[in-house]
Design a binder for this molecule. Sequence first.
Ligand SMILES: Nc1ncnc2c1ncn2[C@@H]1O[C@H](COP(=O)(O)OP(=O)(O)OP(=O)(O)O)[C@@H](O)[C@H]1O
Length: 577
Amino acid sequence: MISTEPLCRSARDGSQAEACTSSTLCSTRVDHTASPYYFEAISLLKGTFKLSHFRKNQLECITATLDGKDVFYLAPTGGGKSLCYQLPALCKSGKTQGTTFVISPLLSLIEDQVLALREKGINAFRLTNAADTDAAHDALPRLRKGDNVPLVYTTPEKFINSNIVQDIVVHLYERKLLARFVVDEAHVIGGWRSWRESYASLGILRERWPDIPIMALTGSANELAIEDIKESLALRNPVHLKQSFNRANLYYEVRMKPAQKKVLLQEIAGFIQSRHKGDTGIIYCQSRDECEDMARRLREEFNLSARHFHAGMDRDEKRVNQHDWSKGICKIIVATIAFGMGIDKPDVRFVIHATMSKDMDGYYQETGRAGRDGGPSDCLLFYAYRDVAKLQSMLTNPHDSNRPPPDEVERQLERLSAVVAYCSNESDCRRVLILRHFDEEFDEEECHKSCDNCCKLGKTVKENCTEMAQQAVQLLSNLIDSGRDRGITLNMFKDVWRGRKSKNIAPYSGLSGYGAAANIDHTMTERIVTQLLCRQVFSTRRTTSGSGFGVNYLEVCFLLMVVAIVSQLFWAVGLQR
Ligand SMILES: Nc1ncnc2c1ncn2[C@@H]1O[C@H](COP(=O)(O)OP(=O)(O)OP(=O)(O)O)[C@@H](O)[C@H]1O
């Protein structure tokens, strides 16, 4: 059935500016308008950037860097971090003068930023391997000559590996023309993948140029990641600015993902046609094929203006699709997560996850691409446990030569569990759950019914599910011990527990525990199984069946610990009544 029921809208207003000013976790209460830099900053804001006022923490950040201090600035996607280094780069009144070096992970982001700055008449350059334009060729002689070059963008790889770039930095430093380093998207420092190894090497900024201020910016980091960043960059008593991560204008919803592709497509198309006709949006899928297939079918079967985007496309095709989407020539982009970092399209009205994200940081970043202009926007995620199993088995696939080391696999599995817990939670405010991930306390009253759970009628009651959970654990271990089959799939398990009478299940009908959940609400059994999987009391093992298909079989883990874990944890299963 196609579900297109209206979403609650009661408190979905306000600009990003308002969203950001509503709550700030940290900021010294100093009157920054009294700083010696204020008048120059405000005149640049109005004159060059054509903006009327600073958002929360922007002025604090600008003042601190102009004062020669290190800054760590954490603000949500679309919060306005770029201004915090672009504006000081133009100031003449700061303690350090000259060029601001911006180290940023994505070429497309760099290109966009440089282009936008040049349109404002600012001499910004990029030093990247892709920088073969006249403007880039122009950069080196100008930097060597000591001309006024306020902003230079580069990637961490280029910065670390290019002698030319390093020589330029040394040259500027010796002539006191190096104003500051900016490390954008600093959360990448904590990442595992070796393609970002150069990010981890950015400790050399402090080692080689110890008195040059560093500004680290990120839109996504929890407390551990923050410490990681500060330590890797050796930040010195940084001014720590942290914005609330609440995006008041976004509506969050999770739906069960239909089993059939066709039904999922109908539901997505129905959602767009009924709620977002003609609007701009992003649909995230897991694989390249899925992106291409869904974009084509949305075009052909539903007459929607959709294109695909993934890392496997050639450069030109990617550029065209991204360009057409950002200019509104096409409205919907169906993409893998390769799409998005650095996208600054203000009027994205919906982000749909046809497959769940791999971790909460990713989910936050991806949904954060909606509503950058502050207008009400929808974030809809389709959740199915089969997607979790697929992601788990991709992570643990012993045949994958690119598989991360075991402790990293463990970390990624844990992060995935956090998303599963989020998706399968049908009672708690989604904002509370998201913000808790960023160590931010949030009062669910402030959600104002702008998530599916807060929109539900009825109140949440906590139910003690210990007995049912223990029953499930016992049943699975009985099933495995019975040794009737090669393995027990998730569906088989649920059918036996509920006592279904099918040919498949008949051999288990005499087993202790068969039908024990016959009178329990299906949602309840689903949630208990999900919780057991999340807490790794149950796990899945992927095998290839005789006919060549991948099958996930259930296993029970930590059997001896189960009773203890279960009895402590299952008090907390909340249900809407
Ligand atoms: N003070 C301001 N007033 C109005 N708009 C602003 C202000 N500061 C920034 N913006 C706008 O907000 C949008 C987002 O800014 P920016 O790209 O710097 O965000 P960001 O924090 O870097 O996000 P991301 O991490 O997703 O790139 C831009 O369109 C920018 O012009």
